[in-house]
Write a protein that binds this ligand. Structure first.
Ligand code: PMP
Length: 286
C-alpha cells in the first residue's frame, strides 16, 4: 500500500514525494532529522523531538520555513493519514536545492519531509539475553568539527563505526570521543550501573542528547535510583555491574558483553530490567 508522505506543505502519495538531485541534503548531507515513535496512535515525546529538530537546524544555520507548532501538526497529520498505530516517524529537513558548491546562499527552499511507517524492531531475544557489542576504532566526531549534539543528515561517522560492529557480528558498536572517553553507540546512548548508581556520559562527552536517555534519567530519578551524568572510561564499562543502551528504536536494551568481556554476571541485570519495564509502561500509556 502506498504511503502518504508530507512534503513541504501537504500530503502526497509516496511515488510523488521527491526532492531535487541538486538538494544539498543529498549533495552534502546538509540538513537535520528526527526519528520518533508512535505508540497506540500517539506520537511519543513529540514536543521534545520538535524542539531538538529546531535546535539542530539553528546550530547549522538552517531556518525551517514552518513554525514548530505547525511541524508538530504535520507529524500528527501524517501519522493519521497512514493509519499508523505502532510505528515510526522520520522527520527530515534538507537545505534545499542549490548550485553545486557549498555556499548556502545559493540554495533555496529547504525541504520538509515527514514519513510515517511501521518499524522493524530488534528481535525479542536481544531484550531477554542482551547484546554483545564491541568498541569501534572510529571515534565520534570531534565536537569542534561537527557537534554530535546536532542530529544532522551527515551520519557517515556513525555509519563507519556501525560497519565495524557489523563486521564483528554485533548489533551496535561503542564509540569513544577524541579524548578516549566513552561517548555513545552509533545510534544509541549508553548507561552503566555500578553499586546501584545509574551513570551515563554527560553532554560534553561528545554525544547526541538522546530523548530516550533523558526520559530514562527522569524515570530512574522518580524510582529513587541515583543518577550521574559524568565522564566515563572503558574501564568503567568493563567493570560495570550492568549496562544498557537507549534509543528511539531500541528503547532500553541490555548489553551483556563489551569487547568480549562479560559485563556483571553476563546476563541482563535487575536495574536494567526494572528501567526497561518502567520505560515500556510510560511509552505505552501506563
Ligand atoms: N545517539 C545517536 C548517535 C543517535 O543517532 C540516536 C538516535 N537514534 C541516539 C543516540 C538516541 O537518541 P534518541 O533517544 O533521541 O533516539
Amino acid at each position: 500500500m502506498s504511503l502518504q508522505v508530507f512534503l513541504n506543505d501537504r500530503l502526497v502519495p509516496q511515488e510523488q514525494a521527491m526532492v531535487s538531485v541538486f538538494d544539498h541534503g543529498l549533495l552534502y548531507g546538509d540538513g537535520v532529522f528526527e526519528g520518533i515513535r508512535v505508540y497506540s496512535k500517539k506520537v511519543f515525546l513529540l514536543a521534545e523531538h520538535v524542539e531538538r529538530l529546531y535546535e539542530s537546524a539553528h546550530a547549522i544555520r538552517l531556518v525551517i520555513p514552518m513554525t514548530p507548532t505547525r511541524m508538530a501538526e504535520a507529524v500528527e497529520q501524517t501519522v493519521a493519514a497512514n493509519n499508523i498505530v505502532d510505528g515510526y516517524v522520520r522527520l527530515v529537513i534538507t537545505r534545499g536545492a542549490g548550485a553545486l558548491g557549498l555556499d548556502i546562499r545559493k540554495t533555496s527552499h529547504p525541504q520538509i519531509i515527514v514519513i510515517a511507517d511501521t518499524i522493524s524492531l530488534y528481535p525479542e531475544k536481544y531484550y531477554e539475553e542482551g547484546l554483545g557489542i564491541i568498541t569501534a576504532s572510529t571515534i565520534r566526531n570531534h565536537p569542534g568539527a561537527l557537534s554530535p549534539r546536532i542530529k544532522s543528515l551527515n551520519y557517515l561517522n556513525n555509519i563507519l563505526a556501525k560497519i565495524e560492529g557489523t563486521d564483528a557480528d554485533c548489533q551496535e558498536a561503542l564509540m569513544l570521543n577524541h579524548k578516549g572517553d566513552i561517548a555513545e553507540c552509533t545510534g544509541d546512548n549508553i548507561f552503566l550501573i555500578k553499586k546501584g548508581v545509574l551513570r551515563t556520559p554527560s553532554n560534553d562527552s561528545g554525544i547526541l542528547e538522546g530523548i530516550t536517555r533523558n526520559c530514562v534519567l527522569k524515570l530512574a530519578k522518580e524510582a529513587g535510583i541515583p543518577t550521574e551524568e559524568v565522564t566515563l572510561q572503558r574501564h568503567d564499562v568493563y567493570t560495570a555491574d550492568e549496562c544498557f543502551l537507549t534509543g528511539t528504536a531500541a528503547e532500553v536494551i541490555p548489553v551483556v558483553s563489551v569487547d568480549g568481556r562479560a559485563i556483571g554476571t553476563g546476563a541482563p541485570g535487575p536495574i536494567t530490567r526494572d528501567l526497561r519495564a518502567r520505560f515500556q509502561k510510560f511509552a505505552r500509556g501506563g
